[in-house]
Design a protein around this ligand. Structure first.
Ligand SMILES: Nc1ncnc2c1ncn2[C@@H]1O[C@H](COP(=O)(O)OP(=O)(O)O)[C@@H](O)[C@H]1O
Ligand SMILES: [Mg+2]
Length: 277
């Protein structure tokens, strides 16, 4: 039996005026799988995410959710079918509390008619419970402002929120890029937990080590084209690092640097001195 991917792109291209950001890209992600999308700056990763999350419509090609063709008019339509995107900053509002942020746009209320109001206590309680269920135990005050939380905790809050509201696909755009080692590992734990709950995760990063730690499948974008694709265990760390560093281009660079180092007149020159032969 072949599994139907939760989310699939077939031959998607996206052109902006004068720029071809994605060229004939196909990819799929299944329930409970982590697809890592790797690529250098400008490779087209964010554009691809925006196509998956309904921000951009493909110029050509198709998008399928659970085997059905979809065309999203905007991110709300993607969200309606369970595709949630967490952007690098976590998409949280610093001057609002943990509870408020968790329910932003979906506020629980109590009372009727003109007495209807935001149920702050419930919101704060649920937010903390959900964070705890994902292993985030050092946030203990649901009324605390998100501005005082670390980058990793903000990511956690956004991820917990997406899962609480029923995300089937969780798209994370460079969630570990701005984080230190410890914080990044917390986010990687969250990815694993989401996966254990059957969520399909699209994890965008240019950190090979983070990708290899959590990924089941890997795809590399180079200048808008899918340059390579493989399943866990099919490439060594060195092969992936080499591919990401631009392989041949780095080889050329090493040759050039070697030439500079072996040229005596350059080596003896001090910083700030004019080069005189
Ligand atoms: N809205 C846009 N209009 C025009 N060009 C864009 C737009 N968004 C992205 N691009 C271009 O598409 C290419 C890929 O960008 P992007 O998807 O942001 O790459 P990445 O996220 O991998 O760094 C870049 O050349 C970028 O300048
Ligand atoms: Mg980007």
């Amino acid at each position: 039996m072949t599994t139907i991917p939760v989310l699939e792109l077939k031959s998607v291209s996206k052109n902006f005026v004068g720029v071809s950001a994605l060229k004939d890209v196909s990819l799929r992600v299944n329930e409970g799988e982590v697809l890592c999308l790797l690529g250098d700056n400008g490779a087209g990763k964010s554009t691809l995410i925006k196509v998956l999350s309904g921000v951009h419509q493909p110029t050509t090609g198709d998008l399928f959710v659970n085997g059905e063709r979809h065309s999203f008019a905007g991110p709300h339509e993607a969200l309606q079918v369970g595709i949630a995107t967490v952007h690098q900053t976590g998409g949280t509002v610093p001057l609002m509390s943990v509870g408020r942020n968790f329910f932003l746009g979906e506020e629980p209320t109590k009372g009727r008619g003109i007495f209807r109001h935001f149920d702050r206590k419930l919101a704060e309680q649920v937010a903390l419970e959900e964070l705890r269920s994902l292993g985030i135990t050092n946030v203990n005050d649901g009324s605390a402002l998100v501005g005082g939380m670390s980058g990793g905790e903000r990511q956690a809050l956004s991820i917990a929120r997406a899962m609480y509201f029923g995300a089937k696909v969780l798209i994370l755009d460079e969630p570990t890029a701005a984080l230190g080692v410890k914080e990044a590992s917390k986010v990687l734990h969250l990815v694993a937990r989401a996966q254990m709950r059957g969520v399909a995760v699209v994890f965008v990063t240019h950190n090979v080590h983070h990708a290899l730690a959590v990924g089941d499948h890997f795809a590399v974008l180079i200048r808008g084209t899918m340059a390579d694709e493989w399943s866990k265990g099919e490439r060594t760390r060195e092969q992936v690092l080499d591919l990401m560093a631009g392989g041949e281009a780095m080889g050329d660079l090493e040759d050039e640097l070697r030439e500079i180092r072996t040229s005596g007149s350059l080596v003896s020159r001090k910083v700030g001195e004019k080069y005189v032969k």
